[in-house]
Design a protein. Structure first.
Lengths: 464, 215
């Protein structure tokens, strides 16, 4: 794993861990707070119900207080009157009513469940084993109290949790009570709980989105960083490559020149010295000695050999006569070696282009011809150099089989040398392209006029 | 090698950037009485001045030289001095060098690796108004003739074209380059025929198109 990727990995890991931690902390805190608030709400609601029940009961009691206060213990008339009053008293629609049982658990008043009247419910049990009626009576006797128990809700006709409040009418040994159903409290609490859960879910989603987008941004930044770094590195490499090529070219030119203009000239001068010796001997009527003969012929070989090396390193014709002549010489040499016809078309002007561009274009021709020889199986190559529309255009076109992308070996072979040339051409702000088809390959190099124009100085004066 | 004829010795100017070669060659040529070495120089520009001052019969001219190459120098010298013959004396054996030299007005071309005897004969031949090429050069010209360079402008022509494109008259150019008006006119005719151009306007257009002058 490279360093940038390691950093990336650490960053992502941190985001993930932070997100998870945040999620748990926040939801935990939230649940704590919410359960507190649910509890608070519940006790508040229950408290409210209590007060409500007490008020209703107070109302009922005061409604019947006339009849009750003025009655005797067994005043059936008064009892009937009270029964009627209580029977008729309802609130909160269908579900608010009063019930009356005597001290033994016999039903006295029950507007919603009339069958309970006249029967004994002392032993009635709730689901959890509470003796509902006994507890209500007990609470009543204790001066009023609350009790929760399951009871049928009239409006829904099903069992529901009910909170009952009962008081005691001592004179008649009656327990009078009423109750509210707690399902609306429960639904309110459930609703709250649901909202809280929703909130937590939302928080979870937000954290997830933030985490994902953070990771995405990190990756994106990493990618951009990586790409820009790669681009920089690539550029540096290609600059370096170009520098090396230029240096190499310069070095070759230098050595070639040293050989041709230095050593070869010295050898030539020695040759003439030897010849002068021969002439001197001839004048003195002495036969030319054999070793002198050998020295002269060996010297000739040495001169040829060094000139061959020099030419191979850098063609002097390029410096002396310019690109057109150098291309001609190259084409002739190539035709001789390979038997492939080479046609050269070039402009009438000469020595227009500076040395470094000359050398680059010369190498383009050279490399292209090498490729033709190696791969193209062509019979003819056309080299054309034109100056038109502010561009110097050099094309090398063969009539060979071309190379296609599938045959990657060939394309690669073509590629490496040409890629270097492309960079060299681009260095002079030029353009380089290779097109290949079944009908042959065409290499094109273009140099803008701005890169070479006006390099020919107008020499003044008679010294010229 | 005594001189058998009564004629004046051939006055020879040696132009070669390598003093050792010059030394060796002049040592050889000193054995021939009918050649007089009137001067030696090591570069093209100096050769122009020496040629104008000495007006030699023959100049033995190297090609690769520092300030100006021998072919360009040949062109300028043959422009100005009608009676001076130039014999190219070079290491280069590509046909392009030979044809460029001929175009520039050289009367002969010999390679540096020929014998001094051939140098002698070549000098004498061109002095008489003949042409002379090393046998290997002649053979090469027949075997692999240079690609068509007759349509290419010479350095001199290109320079004159640049002046023309800058709006100078033949008279002015003649004065600047220190050559005759007729020579300039001849160059202009040659250029037009090489470039297949009829008018002055086209000539100027060509120079601008090819980046010889700024628009």
């Amino acid at each position: 794993m490279t360093l940038p990727f390691r950093l990336l990995f650490i960053a992502v890991l941190q985001v993930v861990l932070t997100s998870i931690l945040t999620y748990f902390l926040v939801t935990d805190e939230y649940r704590d707070l919410s359960s507190q608030s649910v509890d608070t709400l519940e006790s508040f609601l229950i408290e409210q119900k209590h007060r409500e029940l007490q008020n209703y009961t107070l109302l009922a009691v005061s409604a019947m207080s006339d009849a009750y206060e003025n009655s005797a213990i067994d005043d059936d008339e008064a009892k009937a009157q009270v029964t009627e009053i209580i029977h008729a008293m309802t609130y909160s629609g269908n579900d608010g009513y009063f019930f009356v049982y005597d001290g033994e658990g016999n039903g006295v008043v029950h507007p919603k469940e009339p069958y309970r009247v006249g029967q004994n419910w002392w032993e009635l049990e709730g689901e959890n084993g509470d003796k509902t009626i006994q507890i209500l009576i007990e609470n009543a006797k204790a001066g009023g109290g609350f009790h929760r128990y399951p009871w049928r809700k009239p409006s829904a006709d099903e069992m529901s949790e009910k909170m009952g409040y009962s008081v005691y009418l001592e004179k008649w040994n009656w327990m009078i009570g009423t109750g509210v159903y707690l399902d609306d409290v429960n639904s309110q609490l459930n609703k709250l709980q649901r909202e809280i859960d929703q909130h937590i879910n939302k928080t979870k989603q937000i954290i997830l989105v933030v985490a994902m987008s953070s990771i995405f941004v990190i990756f994106l930044l990493g990618l951009i960083l990586n790409l820009s770094q790669k681009k920089k590195t690539d550029q540096k490499i290609s600059e370096l490559g170009l520098k090396i090529i230029n240096m190499q070219e310069e070095e070759r030119r230098h050595i070639s020149r040293e050989l041709h203009d230095g050593i070869v000239q010295v050898l030539v001068s020695i040759k003439y010295s030897l010849e002068a010796t021969g002439l001197w001997l001839k004048k003195a009527k002495v036969d030319k000695p054999q070793p002198l003969e050998h020295a002269q012929s060996n010297l000739q070989d040495a001169i040829s050999e060094i000139r061959r090396i020099s030419h191979h390193l850098h063609p002097r014709i390029l410096d002396e006569l310019g690109l057109s002549a150098a291309m001609d010489a190259l084409a002739t040499e190539f035709s001789e070696q390979t038997g492939i016809t080479v046609n050269v078309t070039k402009p009438a002007v000469r020595k227009l282009v500076q040395d470094s561009i000359n050398t680059t274009l010369y190498r383009v021709v050279q490399e292209s011809l090498i490729n033709v020889q190696k791969h193209a199986q062509a019979t003819e190559v056309n080299i054309e150099m034109t100056i038109k529309d502010k561009w110097l255009t050099l094309t090398i076109k063969d009539n060979g089989q071309g190379f296609d992308a599938d045959n990657s070996g060939k394309a690669d072979d073509y590629g490496i040398g040409l890629r270097n040339l492309a960079e060299r051409v681009e260095y002079h702000l030029g353009e380089f392209s290779v097109h290949s088809s079944q009908a042959g390959t065409q290499v094109t190099a273009r140099i803008p006029k701005t890169s070479y124009a006006n390099t020919l100085p107008v020499k003044e004066g008679p010294a010229e | 090698m005594s001189q058998t004829q009564t004629e004046q010795p051939t006055r020879l100017l040696l132009v070669d950037d390598h003093p050792m070669v010059q030394g060796g060659l002049s040592a050889c040529l000193s054995f021939y009485d009918d050649i007089e070495i009137v001067g030696m120089t090591h570069d093209g520009k100096d050769a122009l001045e020496k040629a104008l001052a000495l007006k030699p019969d023959v100049i033995l001219m190297d090609i690769s030289m520092p300030s100006m190459n021998g072919i360009d120098a040949t062109e300028i010298i043959t422009d100005s001095l009608q009676d001076t013959k130039v014999l190219i004396f070079s290491m280069h054996d590509s046909p392009e060098f030979v044809t460029s030299s001929i175009q520039a007005g050289a009367s002969g071309y010999i390679l540096k690796d020929t014998t001094s005897e051939e140098v002698y004969y070549a000098v004498k031949a061109v002095a008489k108004g003949q042409t002379h090429f090393s046998s290997s050069i002649a053979k090469m010209l027949i075997d692999k003739p240079a690609r068509d360079t007759s349509q290419k402008l010479t350095t001199r022509e290109q320079l004159i074209l640049t002046h023309v494109a800058q709006g100078k008259s033949s008279k002015e150019i003649a004065r600047i380059l220190n050559i005759s008006f007729r020579t300039v006119e001849a160059h202009r005719r040659n250029m037009k025929s090489k470039l297949n151009i009829e008018s002055l306007a086209e000539l100027i257009c060509y120079a601008v198109d090819h980046g010889l002058v700024e628009k």
